[in-house]
Each structure stands twice: as structure tokens, then as C-alpha cells.
Write a protein that binds this ligand. Structure first.
Ligand SMILES: Nc1nc2c(c(=O)[nH]1)N[C@H]1C(S)=C(S)[C@@H](COP(=O)(O)O)O[C@H]1N2
Ligand SMILES: [Mo]
Length: 335
């Protein structure tokens, strides 16, 4: 399932403009494929130009670049796994606004323009406010964190994300003390996102939510970049969440609205299929998905099958939040 066929369609676009930036990414792309200088010469001979388009060329030109690459926060390391190659983390994606069937999302993101973007803060707050995302990114202290990432579909990767703690953003939002939950809504641009146009049966826009104490946990991270550069569009530009102890779908991409509530909000996948996708959705090998086991996962790039860890290996950060989390093999979610 996680197997990726590389290289992707380099010659897909003809009217691409060569810039220093795309040239650099192109070289890196080829180097990461292990073709080296000889490979580049061979591609040239085959008629592949340096202006072809690939998964690392989808970083928006107008994304803020100050603060990249950010210093690594060494409190977050993944000793038992190698860092996933950048090209893999940006070639195999879930982003239903573009397509729900294929994982090859990046070629579909061409019409999408993540900047400028604003985030509206609503609900139980002292005062409604609106953040300009580029300005928000520029005014936050960026750091890099190496996190495990686990999709509910049993593939996993290890990614150096750039961003800032979600708690810092929530402080700026000034929620009222009676807020118990925070809700996030993703961007809804059918004219730029063909998955929204084609999959009319989904309740767009994508929405997710956390309990306040989950959102304030040290691990909860607002992601603005990866691998030392701003986020590629397919990875959730301009800004998304990384919640490494939860399944990937709990981390919405391209957030445009944050709402504080005093009741548990609905979430996209839980509302659609409550017996398959819970509200909490903590990574847990003991709770099988009704259609597959969660005991192991496949690493992107190597296709190695490895055991799934409770809370994805983040037990010491989050176990106190979930006294009821099953610790022995059990059954799928029940009504
Ligand atoms: N708005 C939005 N956010 C989303 C999704 C989506 O379809 N739409 N997919 C989720 C799922 S299922 C996963 S596994 C991760 C994938 O992140 P990645 O593409 O950076 O690996 O994004 C999550 N966030
Ligand atoms: Mo996922």
C-alpha cells in the first residue's frame, strides 16, 4: 500500500518557469533519487529539462522564508527509526480536497494558492480576531521537531516538521476559561481544489477538534514547514497541525478557522463513519480498525513493517490524558 513508484511524471508541465528556486529543488530531487551527476546528464540527454515539475516544486513562491531552517528541538527525537526521505513524504499524501482515491496529490495542487490566507478566531474568546497567516508565521519563533507520523491506514513516516507549539497560538486567541474544546476548519476553495468539486458527497469543508488539554499538550504542533523549508501545498500549506500521538486525520491541513466551544464538536471522519474513526483517535495497536489490524505499520520509503506503539511512542507525554485507553489487544470501536 505504501509502495511508491518513482520517478513521477517530470515532463507533465511545459510552461513552467525556471527560477533559482525550482532549479535547486530539482537537483535535490534528483540527488535524493540517487541518480547523481551522471543521472542528471543522462536525463538531459533524454530531453528532460530542468524546468520539469516535481513534488518539491509545490512550495508556494510567496511563502515566508524567514526563520528556515529552524533550530532542531532535541527534546523530540525518534531513536528507533530513520528520517523518511523528503521526496517520499511529499509524494504520497492524503488531502481529500484534491483527491480521495489517489495518494499522488501533488500534481493536482497546481491551481491552489495558499497565500494570502487568514485564520478567523471565533466562539468562546475574549474578542473575535483574524490572523494573516504569513504574518503569524513571521512573528512566531519557529523550531524543528522530528516526529513519528501514523496514518490510520497503517502507513507511517518520520518527519522533521517546522513550526511552533499549538499552545502559543491558543494563547494569542485568548479563549474564555469555560472553553472545553477547540475546533479547526480547513480551507474551502472548490475552484482551486478539484476533490471538493468532484466529491460532492463529503461535508466540506474538512473539520476537526480537540479537547483543550490535548490542544495545550506540549506535543501539539502547528506546522508551517518541513525538511527546513516552508510546507509544500500537498502537505497542507499554509499551515496544518501535527499531533503525533493521534492518527493523521486528526491533524487538519490548510486551517482557516479556529473556534472555541463548551461542547465536544463533531469531526469530519467521526461524523461520516463513527465505528471506524473515533473522536479521540489515539494511535493504539490494541484497537483494530474494523477492516484491518493496527498492530503494525508500513514505513514509507523502506516498506518495512514495524510494530505500532501505543500513543505512537508518545506515552510519557500524553498517557495522563487518557486513563481509559486500552492497554491490551481488544475489539474495534463499539457504539
Ligand atoms: N484538510 C485536510 N486535512 C487532512 C486530510 C485531508 O484530507 N484534508 N487528510 C488527513 C490524513 S488522513 C492524513 S494521513 C494527513 C496526511 O498528511 P501528509 O499528506 O502530510 O502525510 O493529513 C490529514 N489532514
Ligand atoms: Mo490518514
Amino acid at each position: 500500500m505504501a509502495h511508491i513508484v518513482l520517478p513521477p511524471r517530470w515532463q507533465a508541465r511545459e510552461n513552467d518557469v525556471t527560477s533559482e528556486h525550482t532549479y535547486r529543488n530539482r537537483r535535490q530531487f534528483i540527488e535524493e533519487l540517487g541518480l547523481g551527476v551522471i543521472g542528471m546528464a543522462a536525463l538531459g540527454a533524454m530531453g528532460c529539462s530542468m524546468t520539469s515539475f516535481g513534488p518539491l516544486d509545490t512550495i508556494p513562491d510567496n511563502a515566508p522564508r524567514e526563520g528556515y531552517p529552524a533550530a532542531r528541538n532535541e527534546a523530540f527525537s525518534v531513536p528507533e527509526r530513520a528520517v523518511t526521505g523528503r521526496i517520499y513524504a511529499s509524494s504520497y499524501n492524503n488531502f481529500y480536497e484534491f483527491d480521495g482515491a489517489s495518494k499522488e496529490i501533488w500534481p493536482l495542487t497546481e491551481p491552489y494558492e495558499p497565500f494570502p490566507m487568514t485564520i478567523r478566531v471565533r466562539g468562546l474568546v475574549e474578542k473575535r480576531r483574524t490572523f494573516d497567516v504569513a504574518e503569524l508565521i513571521r512573528t512566531m519563533d519557529l523550531e524543528e521537531r522530528l516526529y513519528r507520523f501514523r496514518c490510520v491506514e497503517a502507513w507511517a513516516m518520520t518527519v522533521p516538521w517546522t513550526g511552533f507549539p499549538l499552545s502559543k497560538l491558543i494563547e494569542r486567541c485568548k479563549p474564555l476559561s469555560r472553553a472545553t474544546h477547540v475546533r479547526f476548519v480547513s480551507v474551502n476553495r472548490p475552484n482551486q481544489m478539484e476533490g471538493i468539486r468532484k466529491q460532492h458527497w463529503y461535508p466540506w469543508p474538512y473539520y476537526e477538534a480537540l479537547r483543550m488539554e490535548e490542544a495545550m499538550n506540549e506535543l501539539a504542533f502547528v506546522v508551517t514547514g518541513m525538511y527546513g523549508e516552508p510546507l509544500p501545498k500537498q502537505n497542507g500549506s499554509p499551515l496544518r497541525l501535527a499531533l503525533p500521538w493521534k492518527y493523521g486525520y486528526k491533524g487538519p491541513k490548510a486551517i482557516v478557522r479556529i473556534e472555541f466551544t463548551d461542547q465536544q464538536p463533531g469531526t469530519f471522519w467521526n461524523d461520516l463513519q463513527p465505528l471506524e474513526y473515533g473522536f479521540l483517535s489515539n494511535v493504539n495497536p490494541n484497537i483494530p480498525h474494523p477492516r484491518w489490524s493496527q498492530a503494525t505499520e508500513t514505513l514509507l520509503e523502506t516498506d518495512e513493517r514495524v510494530p505500532t506503539q501505543i500513543f505512537n511512542g508518545y506515552d510519557e507525554w500524553v498517557s495522563a490524558l487518557y486513563p481509559g485507553e486500552p492497554r491490551r489487544p481488544g475489539r474495534p470501536l463499539a457504539r
